[in-house]
Design a protein around this ligand. Sequence first.
Ligand code: GLN
Length: 537
Amino acid sequence: MSNTKYIFVTGGVTSSLGKGIIAASLAKLLQSQNFKVTIQKFDPYINVDPGTLNPYEHGECFVTDDGAETDLDLGHYERFLNVKTSQANNVTTGSIYQSVIEKERKGSFLGKTVQVIPHITNEIKERMRLLGEKGDYDIVITEIGGTVGDIESLPYIESVRQMIWDLGRENTLVIHLTLIPFLSAAGELKTKPTQHSVKTLMESGISADIIVCRTEHQLSNDIREKLALFCNVKREAVIQSIDVDTIYDVPLKMLEEGLDRVVLQKLQLPPKPHDLKLWKDFLNRFKNPKNNVKIGLVGKYVELQDSYKSILESLIHAGADNETEIEVVSLHSEQIDSKNIKEVLDPLDGLIVAPGFGERGIEGKIIAIAYARKNKIPFFGICLGMQMAVIEYARNQVGLSEANSTEMEPNCKSPVIDLMESQKSVVKKGGTMRLGAWDCNLSSKTKAIDAYGSTSISERHRHRYEFNNVFSDQIFDENFIVSGINPETGLVEIIEFNNHPWFVGVQFHPEYKSTVSSPHPLFKAFVKASLAKKLNH
Ligand code: GLN
């Protein structure tokens, strides 16, 4: 048996307190002391994965190298730790039940009544231990989605209780994240909701070892002592998590509060010196920019921060790398038309057209791309954004006025973007797109190769449609070129427009691979080009 230690992060009082950021920050502090750490997220909803969820419901869907469509918190884990996650790092109630029911059908429980306890909890516990048992990690942090007391979280909380029993208290630890609201009428911070949520946890047989308190104001000594007393934890185990300007400040705030120290003490692991140099260098560049640029982000979910989470974070990484502050201007694709395009795009230094599905808003995207191409505004098209760039060129430059994607117009005359052959027989929606890491070979003397500095790369995908190679000769010319191709299938992965400072469209999702310590080359190059445009004006 491995010596892996298990940390569980639960949440109380309200959702959206940022359990993922706290888990990632703690992992960062442990990783900076040379502990091998991974984080996994358990989500209590019935969907087998979030791939079928609308971004309005659940924010962005993050994709791993092995093609799992996962919760966006996995993006934070990768961005903070620079360590890849996988299918095993995200578990949902749907996937747990699916596997238990499959076992039942195979006859694995013959003669037995299949029940939440022990069958569902056994399956949950197996998944909780899966990564730890490989022996690759000293510490596995498991974030339990939802809020303590929710009906749907109960099997997870019960599994945590059993895990503590199975593995012993010195090998397990529970961090409970709560909110300390400030009542302005009373001018006071209130601890009662936290007391109640800790009590709810106790009713399930779990006493939290550490309480992390989200707050807008400093917690006084009195409040910390009161929380310790009522919540049954040591005074130093009451950790303040005060609102900060950037999520990337949280690890350092947790360091100040001694979160990792208390964790290591409880797990009986020796603390080591922290190496946070790279992290601090990044923060320093991020907070002391020498320049600024305005980047337009065209999409149809722009009012929701979480829908394009990885793109926004990639811009932060690339901005810091270029010592440039990035102001993202959200542009709703349905509100862009040929009348307002000049007024909307002229103030911008660069334009991103976001990924997406379905017809809504695509004409606005095409108008924006045409303007960026003709007016030499740096342009970065991601997945659907790349497909729209092809359609724009086909319609406006090649003269295929009815060019479209068969996703938007199944019987269109010039299907320059079409369903992949391998997708034509697919009927089920869940987990059936072209997903995960695929290789791509880059052509010489292109923006792509300049950015990557390498001839062969691997990037993550999540789409069903592709450039239709039947149109290759008609569409590509000396100006509009293919700069990246998948070596096995010949599928077009990157397109560029040459007669332009920086116009690149990618069929994959580069945003899933940008991290604090390794900002994505294409985002870096795009920000650099946007900055150059601004400075040359
Ligand atoms: N809807 C397009 C496709 O499936 C693009 C998907 C995306 O942008 N992720 O090919």
